[in-house]
Design a protein around this ligand. Structure first.
Ligand code: XIL
Length: 671
């Protein structure tokens, strides 16, 4: 790191630059120069009170001298701050492949052991980072070209490294795969992608679960903090994993931000991952400043940091934040990433708390200094239980921490995520919009004005009444397809309403296929992200709404879309004029032939209609007509053609009386 940054005048919480310089110069400094007593609780205490972790990326040399016991490190101030301010550690490098298995079957755990020992001694957790990554992986791995060999080497690495700390309660999770996507949402071409293919990520998660059945298994990446092509590709992958039962628990958003560069839809993006039942971690936070650093930019950095903390606080399933280092002097920036500098909470050399430290602190304690949660509320009792309503009462909590009782969160116990049904300010609530004929288990947590949450009350269980609803919901609108990829598409439609009393439960998305129409998705809102589609395939889809009594609406109209991507064969088209008369003609069959050497899964035929000619009938093809230009795509039975295989379609044209011209300029392309 360079020290050539211009001198700046920061006001630090504990030390001024003058103090630091005076200390270095050996000048006696009167205690008065210390601006504030260091009475404020450390970040970890406030974070714990808010139900979050607040961690840092640990450098094994500074913290532990790279030793397995970690009784001292190369930098005592660094070590002291690491131990007191944070309750979570991600090893910055010590658990990467390069360190843990530098040559095949030569496992080196000293650095990792040291960090885990230090964390255990200080009541911190460790998040393992990282198993599969295109960087910091030795050449003996990245040069493998045989899939079976790569699988063996990879599964062995995962088994040994995860297995090393599988029984250790300090190590709570792993980044199983790191940075597997490009910015456009395609897969990054690392060795696993190139040699094993798309399935390698699911295989790695399965191997990690086999090695540690308790660890939280995460996918980790950068530039997935906002809603963009990359985060959507990750979103689609992890949703698919959840549907398929691939063991994934969390997504790490690295959050290597540049000053004032936090995406506007950061919270919305975290929320969509949280809504899948996943935990989200802000896994490598730093906010770098374009040089030179000024007081104004430091103040903006402080505001940026507070906004990240507040975003995580706003989402129950955001588990916490890890900052990627302690002090600006030991950040990976700018040397290893970007020209910007000074991205962390503590200043280089002096370790003085920067404005960003103060803003993180204040965001975590809501400005109150209160870290004592309210007392546990009494077990609620349920009364006036109707079909969709119920009243709950409970004995009130008291708050002794100073910030005062703010209210209560009324949770429904549901397993992985317990949604909050209401947030009353007094010790009673009228629940509405409940689902008829459904069992509810409810508990209460009290909140104070610093955001501290009490322990959960006991559970009350009740059953809502049955309604005799035989009226189906209204017919949903015709779906429109967007974001069409090779295996994914998004559908949106106008919502249905339910007047029968049981309430709208959701929708079934069907694929029109003849006798039985399979259900592709069952969303609860009027949109669906379809995944697992087949490339180069025509999908005709329609929607039916469901209510809570199980009544199904009439089907919506259908929409047809075509997935992208696919094979490399070529094709030809041969039109046969079957018959003609003065005002029209029929081409049947029009034969499409696969002229390539691999099977094709789709084709596109184009041809031109002379002026005044119009298509009046067509069969066995999906026709799109744009002026005189006609495009024909296959239907399901003639889309896939083996080499030299053929499929046919036909059409009838009407033309002006006496005009003898015919459709012409037929061409075929595939895909
Ligand atoms: C960085 C470390 O901070 C450096 O010390 C190392 O030389 C390179 O890797 N994304 C990640 C982290 O997932 O592992 C990277 O850490 C930073 C980017």
């Amino acid at each position: 790191m360079t020290d050539s940054v211009p001198r700046r005048r920061w006001t630090f919480r504990r030390f001024s630059l003058m103090t630091a310089l005076a200390v270095v110069a050996g000048i006696a400094v009167p205690l008065l120069v210390i601006h504030e007593p260091a009475a404020a609780a450390p970040l970890r205490q406030h974070a714990t009170a808010r139900g979050k972790f607040f961690g840092y990326a640990a450098n094994a040399a500074l913290l532990c001298n790279n030793s397995a016991t970690c009784t001292s490190g190369q930098d005592a101030t660094y070590r002291n701050i690491g131990q007191t301010e944070f309750n979570q550690i991600t090893p910055e490098n010590s658990m990467k492949w390069q360190i843990t298995e530098p040559t095949d079957n030569n496992f080196q755990f000293a650095e990792g052991d040291g960090i885990v020992a230090n964390a255990t001694a200080n009541g911190q957790t460790v998040h393992g980072h990282t198993l599969l990554w295109h960087q910091q992986t030795p050449g003996y791995v990245t040069s493998i070209t045989n899939a079976a060999t790569l699988r063996t080497v990879t599964n062995d690495h995962i088994a040994q490294v995860v297995g090393r700390w599988a029984g250790n309660a300090t190590v709570t999770g792993w980044d199983v795969v790191n940075e597997a996507f490009n910015e456009d949402g395609s897969r990054r071409g690392n060795v696993w992608q190139n040699v094993i293919g798309n399935g390698y990520i699911a295989e790695a998660f399965t191997a990690a679960r086999a090695a540690d059945s308790n660890a939280q298994l995460c996918y980790n990446d950068f530039n997935i903090e906002g809603i963009n092509n990359k985060s959507t590709a990750v979103f689609n992958m992890v949703s698919q994993f959840r549907q398929q039962g691939v063991p994934i628990d969390c997504v790490g958003m690295q959050a290597h931000f540049v000053l004032n560069g936090i995406p506007g839809n950061f919270q919305q993006n975290i929320q969509r991952f949280a809504d899948l039942g996943l935990t989200v971690r802000i896994s490598e936070l730093d906010i770098r400043i374009p040089s030179p650093t000024t007081d104004t930019k430091l103040a903006q950095q402080a505001t940026n940091y507070a906004s990240v903390v507040n975003t995580c606080l706003a989402i129950a399933r955001c588990a916490g934040i890890t900052v990627w280092g302690i002090d600006d002097g030991h950040s990976w920036l700018p040397n290893e990433c970007c020209p910007e500098i000074d991205p962390l909470l503590f200043a280089r050399n002096t370790y003085a708390q920067k404005p960003a430290y103060t803003s993180v602190h204040n965001a975590l304690d809501n400005g109150t200094g209160d870290t004592t949660p309210p007392s546990t509320p009494g077990t609620p009792t349920a009364s006036n239980v109707g079909t969709t309503t119920a009243t709950l009462n409970w004995t009130a909590s008291t708050d002794t921490g100073g910030s005062g009782l703010a209210g209560y969160n009324v949770h429904r116990e549901q397993g992985a995520t317990d949604p909050i049904l209401a947030t009353p300010t007094t010790n009673t609530v009228n629940l509405t919009n409940l689902t008829p004929n459904t069992q509810y288990q409810i508990y209460i947590r009290a909140r104070d004005n610093a955001g501290n949450l009490s322990a959960a009350s006991g559970l009350v269980t009740f059953m809502t009444g049955q309604v005799n609803d035989t009226v189906p919901p209204s017919t949903p609108g015709t779906p429109t397809a967007s974001n069409i990829g090779s295996t994914t598409a998004t559908l949106n439609w106008a919502a249905s309403t339910d007047t029968g009393g049981s309430g709208l439960a959701g929708y079934n998305v069907y694929r029109e296929q003849g006798a039985t129409d399979p259900i592709l998705a069952t969303p609860t809102t009027n949109s669906a992200n379809l995944t697992n589609l087949t490339a180069n395939t025509s999908y005709q889809v329609y929607i039916r709404a469901r209510d809570n009594a199980g009544n199904l609406s009439n089907p919506s109209a259908t929409t047809t879309f075509m997935t992208t991507g696919g094979g490399t064969g070529g094709c030809s088209v041969t039109p046969t004029l079957q018959t003609q008369w003065p005002t029209g003609y029929v081409f049947e069959p029009t034969t499409v032939r696969n002229t390539g050497s691999t099977t094709i899964t789709t084709w596109t035929v184009t041809f031109t209609l002379p002026a005044g000619h119009t298509i009046v009938g067509s069969w066995n093809g999906i026709f799109t007509i744009n002026g005189q230009n006609v495009t024909v795509r296959p239907v399901s039975h003639n889309a896939t053609l083996a080499p030299n295989g053929t499929g046919t379609f036909g059409f009838q044209v009407s033309r002006p009386n006496g005009n003898t011209a015919l459709a012409n300029t037929f061409a075929c392309t595939s895909p």
